[in-house]
Design a protein around this ligand. Structure first.
Ligand SMILES: [Fe+2]
Length: 287
């Protein structure tokens, strides 16, 4: 008759359980370490966008796009300075800022600290910026003069015509306050479907209301690429009414093409996972 298998003595099972617990704990610590390191990194994301509307004079135009700096709790002034140095080293033709310069309103001077650094940005065609939802909380400080003093032209439901060799390119920005056709029309001026129009809004959601508008590319931030994601495939929290659709990168299945950057800073926690902080170097190509 077979005798039942002997169970391991209790101390041995306890040791195995302790070992398993230690492995899980170490894995968690390592994971948090990886997420902390990722949040402190900064890459240059080089993107090429092609359009038949781009005038030959602007073929090869290099646009640096920087969003969601979130100076404050988790982003030091040193990191803002390093970001500016990184952008200037790319020697872009044009620099566009996507808003959310601060995190929380710790003091009225926060926005001034950021723009003291951003004032060093250099591009022959200029530096332009829109406001983000975190900046709107500071409107009583009146951000526009701070931006202007730093040499950054604020695009508040407004835009500029950039001109080269008799051709024109429209750069417009939205305030994000109202998503209506009249605001967009005001920002686009007399742009037609034949013009190349680059529109900037802090949030990508406005794309869904741009059907029929002569916008060739919308630049946006706000989502942080999900900030903490499941290996870049899905994120549990995306601040968008359209779920994962506008989480990150080039989105071409909406009313207009949209490029969504992961941005530079973080909110809530200084952590990122498979949503690396970035500055974008966008090269526009004709064709
Ligand atoms: Fe943000």
């Amino acid at each position: 008759m077979d005798r039942p298998a002997r169970r391991p003595p209790r101390p041995r099972r306890r040791r195995l359980r302790l070992l398993a617990g230690a492995v899980v704990l170490l894995a968690c610590i390592a994971l948090v370490g990886v997420m902390l390191l990722e949040a402190r990194s900064l890459r240059v994301n080089r993107v090429t966008f092609r359009s038949a509307d781009l005038p030959p004079a602007f073929d090869g135009l290099r646009v640096a796009f920087v969003s969601d700096i979130h100076y404050g709790s988790f982003v030091s002034r040193r990191r803002v300075r390093a970001t500016v140095d990184r952008v200037n080293a790319l020697h872009p033709d044009l620099i566009v800022l996507g808003g959310d310069y601060i995190y929380r309103k710790q003091s009225a001077s926060d926005i001034e600290f950021v723009f003291d650094e951003l004032a060093r940005l250099r591009a022959p065609l200029g530096v332009y910026g829109v406001l983000g939802n975190h900046d709107h909380a500071l409107l009583e400080v009146n951000v526009a003069p701070v931006m202007a003093a730093a040499g950054v032209k604020e695009l508040y439901d407004d835009g500029v015509w950039l001109r080269r060799d008799g051709s024109r390119l429209r750069l417009s920005g939205l305030s994000g306050v109202a998503e209506d056709r009249q605001t967009v029309a005001q920002a686009l001026d007399d742009a037609t479907a034949e013009d190349f129009v680059l529109l900037v809004d802090h949030s990508p959601d406005v794309a869904e209301s741009l059907g029929g508008a002569p916008v060739d590319l919308l630049l946006a931030g706000h989502t942080h690429g999900g900030q903490v994601t499941a290996f870049g495939l899905w994120a549990p929290f995306v601040p968008s009414r359209y779920g994962q659709k506008y989480r990150v990168g080039l989105v071409t299945d909406g009313p207009v093409p949209v490029f969504v950057t992961t941005g530079v800073g973080t909110i809530v926690l200084p952590l990122r996972f498979f949503a690396r902080p970035e500055v974008v170097l966008l090269t526009l190509r004709r064709g």
